[in-house]
Design a protein around this ligand. Structure first.
Ligand code: SF4
Length: 367
């Protein structure tokens, strides 16, 4: 039938385009270059599609700070564990976070000791859960970037408007642009091109990332997650890096990303959160890089409600996750990679999360 014919033609045309993009990228590449993809989903797709294997070895694709589990600070885990010591508290969070260690323990260890830790896939499900379990106090440990912030904000607003008094929030939401500023300001920054995170861009808009070109003169672009999208993004960057062309920003993901993003999502974030200093695992404090619950909704803020005070302990670790997240190292350059650190016995969060650079490099046996 006609639709099957079009589908076959589309696949054939994609193959032709992919082949042409790879040839052009490799022909243009005359010197070594470091390109970073920030989003964990891009990291996954680059490895799954074997993109490194078809590109010139001169192109080094590095992962950036876009895996929310990997950047969650030890103190946030310690705070959740401290909260578990209060009677009747249930900690709800995303599955990958359970194995991420605080300074002493992780939520999975606490669960195995009998503490009440549950995994959820959507924060909104907590509303019903809180309504059905009035005797329980539920605390949601919410991590993520601008991508998950709107749904967490909507959950907070809904809980507030329903007057729920047994659902609280521990916000560890990070913002993408401040950490990119931080990274590019490092004296030894070697990133020459950036594939911007498509998911964050769909919320914040493509314009959110034009500062990379304007302030740092580094080629950048937003691209989607298919082979053609990613290769199109790499082509855009390599052309500018190799040919010293006028540096420009491009939105190559127009089917999902508008210049100013999603106004409804941005509005709900603005309504519920305020910008604050953020603590990044292994990196430290970054000005204006986190979202915390604002004054209007603070009765749902678990830290304030339960008056949690935790003792700050210094973490001593050989894990190189922070260097990997800032593009200074690739997973294989960590001495523990596959020698004491593996998905079964992770030593750092980059080996735990499905979006972590080390877990992905391990899964796809990357050199
Ligand atoms: Fe950390 Fe393990 Fe990755 Fe090394 S291999 S950086 S220890 S997660």
């Amino acid at each position: 039938c006609l639709s099957a014919f079009y589908m076959r033609m589309k696949v054939k045309m994609s193959r032709v385009l992919i082949k042409r993009l790879i040839e052009e990228i490799n022909t243009m590449t005359h010197k070594e270059m470091k390109i970073m993809e920030v989003c964990g989903t891009h990291t996954q797709m680059i490895s799954k599609l074997g993109i490194r294997s078809v590109l010139s070895p001169k192109i080094k694709l590095l992962s950036g700070p876009g895996c929310p589990i990997c950047v969650t600070h030890e103190e946030d885990i310690d705070t959740a564990i401290e909260l578990l010591n209060h009677n009747d508290i249930t900690i709800a969070t995303f599955g990958d976070l359970l194995r991420v260690k605080g300074t002493k323990s992780c939520l999975l260890d606490e669960k195995s000791k009998g503490k009440d830790v549950i995994i959820i896939t959507s924060p909104l499900a907590l509303i019903q859960m809180a309504e059905d379990n009035k005797e329980k106090k539920i605390v949601f440990l919410g991590v993520g970037f601008e991508t998950t912030a709107p749904i967490i904000a909507l959950t907070i607003k809904t809980a507030f408007e329903k007057g729920l008094d047994n659902l609280f929030f521990l916000s560890s939401i990070k913002l993408m642009s401040p950490i990119l500023h931080y990274m590019f300001k490092q004296p030894n920054n070697q990133i020459q091109g950036l594939i911007c995170p498509g998911h964050v861009a769909s919320i914040k808009g493509a314009n959110y990332f034009t500062f990379i070109v304007d302030d740092y003169h580094i080629p950048a672009g937003v691209c989607g997650f298919e082979a053609l999208d990613i290769l199109g993004g790499i082509h855009h960057l390599v052309k500018q890096i190799s040919e010293n062309e006028k540096i420009e920003f491009k939105n190559l993901y127009k089917r999902c990303v508008r210049p100013k993003g999603n106004p409804t999502a941005n509005q709900i974030m603005k309504e519920v959160f305020q910008v604050s200093q953020g603590e990044w695992r292994g990196i430290g404090k970054v000005e204006g890089s986190s979202l915390i619950i604002n004054k209007k909704y603070e009765r749902l803020d678990a830290v304030k409600y339960f008056d949690v005070k935790i003792k700050r302990l210094k973490q001593v670790t050989k894990c190189a996750c922070s260097d990997i997240l800032l593009g200074k190292k690739v997973p294989k350059e960590c001495p523990l990679f596959n020698r004491g650190c593996s998905p079964l016995h992770p030593q750092g969060p980059c080996m735990i999360s499905t979006e972590g650079a080390c877990a992905i490099a391990y899964q796809y046996k990357e050199e």
